[in-house]
Ligand binder design. Structure first.
Ligand SMILES: *Cc1c(COP(=O)(O)O)cnc(C)c1O
Length: 384
């Protein structure tokens, strides 16, 4: 999976660090453009998955818009060259300062998650003398069949507006002068691998958009969010997600009005597989019933295993010896700082180089400096 020719370059860098395979990233982007382009769909890249500058530059040159979840992301997207009319801004807790930032950038859409938020945006837009384009984020009560921490579209999640509030929202929207409803927005969860979830979502959206039509709202766009999953168990066999099946699921089930745009916000599926966390073995320690492979990378660099019990495929890049069983752990003072338990890996020793695959999404962006550790850096193929 990692080209052996770059092993010497990887070995020369101080570990741990993220390596982003530019070639795979480009092939992934090409696939998304090809498959979404078949239907004229609009794609926003969900910045929170990965904000390494060189990675984001690939998104800019691909013509993707941005999906942002903070004022800083809106500012960054704009500074990196994403056209303001392609920037969406979601989040349940937008501060006044963040709303003002987005109003001044002049974004495509505020994806609004509550009635009080809509009122505040209206007020701030009035002060700025502008009309803010908004989409309401609707909670469609669709179960994405994924981990509960990355489930966002069930009726008791904190996200979105529920259908029983539609009447109140509609009458508000008709009264407020400094906002304009341009669309409806959904995002039901992440790491969704069952395409029937997107089918279910499309069918719910059809009912919801009919309600808006019946209530005299003309929706210019429908935004279905992101959530497409990737193959964490066997990344080498599926380096690029099945974008053909993904976009086709929507094409088959969603009903659009004449001229209505369909928007997507993909994060994980764009960047996960191109990223690898590169680390060195510090020590191999014999335990009671297992041996611990202690790495110089831990939950501070990649928190997904500790946070969601996520599984990442691991390779030893510098050993081809017979396999042995290891618990692969990090150095941080937390028992949850474990990458994998009881995995078979080539016999390794101090200094061996390890790659933790499928780490390009929600890896570096979720890093911390807990234990006063250095904040992890990232390099694309060209930057190595
Ligand atoms: C995180 C997020 C996304 C991206 O989700 P992925 O599962 O990474 O594709 C899209 N839209 C919103 C509103 C988000 O919060």
């Amino acid at each position: 999976m990692i080209d052996r020719n770059i092993l010497s370059k990887l070995s020369n860098k101080k570990t741990p660090f993220y390596y982003y395979d530019t070639s795979l990233l480009r092939r992934t982007i090409e696939s998304i453009k090809k498959e979404s382009g078949k239907y004229g769909y609009h794609v926003h890249y969900a910045l929170k998955a990965n904000t390494h500058d060189a990675v984001v530059k690939e998104m800019v040159s691909s013509g993707f818009g941005a999906d942002c979840v903070s004022g800083n992301e809106v500012q960054y997207a704009s500074e990196m060259g994403i056209p303001s009319e392609r920037i969406a801004f979601a989040g349940v807790g937008k501060t006044d300062e963040e709303i003002l930032t987005a109003l001044r950038v002049g974004i495509f859409s505020f994806n609004c998650e509550s009635i009080p938020e809509i009122e505040v945006i209206n007020e701030l837009a009035a002060k700025e003398g502008v009309v803010a384009p908004i989409a309401i984020r609707i909670n469609p009560d669709v179960d994405p069949k994924t981990h509960e921490y990355i489930t966002t579209g069930l009726k008791d999640n904190k996200f979105g507006i529920n259908h029983w509030d539609f009447d109140v929202v509609a009458s508000k929207l008709k009264k407020l002068k400094n906002i304009r409803l341009t669309g409806i927005h959904f995002h039901v969860g992440s790491q969704i691998t069952d395409m029937s979830v997107f089918e279910q979502l499309s069918l719910k959206i059809n009912k919801i958009s009919a309600w808006f039509k019946d209530n005299d709202f003309q929706l210019q766009h429908i935004n279905v969010g992101g959530g497409l999953g990737i193959n964490y168990d066997s990344p080498a066999s599926e380096p690029i997600a099945d974008f053909a099946a993904y976009f086709k699921a929507f094409h088959e089930y969603i009903q659009l009005e004449e001229g209505q745009e369909l928007h997507f916000e993909l994060g994980r599926s764009v960047v996960a597989q191109c990223g690898h966390l590169i680390s060195k073995v510090l020590y191999v320690k014999q335990g009671l019933e297992t041996q611990f492979m202690i790495l110089d990378a831990g939950m501070t660099e990649l928190i997904r295993p500790a946070l969601y019990g996520a599984h990442h495929d691991i390779s030893v890049l510098t050993s081809e010896l017979e396999e042995e069983k290891y618990d692969v752990v990090g150095p941080v003072c937390e028992s949850s700082d474990v990458f994998a338990k009881g995995v078979m890996l080539p016999k390794s020793q101090r200094g061996d180089i390890i790659a933790i695959h499928s780490s390009g999404a929600y890896g570096q962006t979720m890093a911390s400096s807990y234990n006063m550790r250095d904040l992890v850096l990232g390099y694309t193929t060209e930057e190595l």
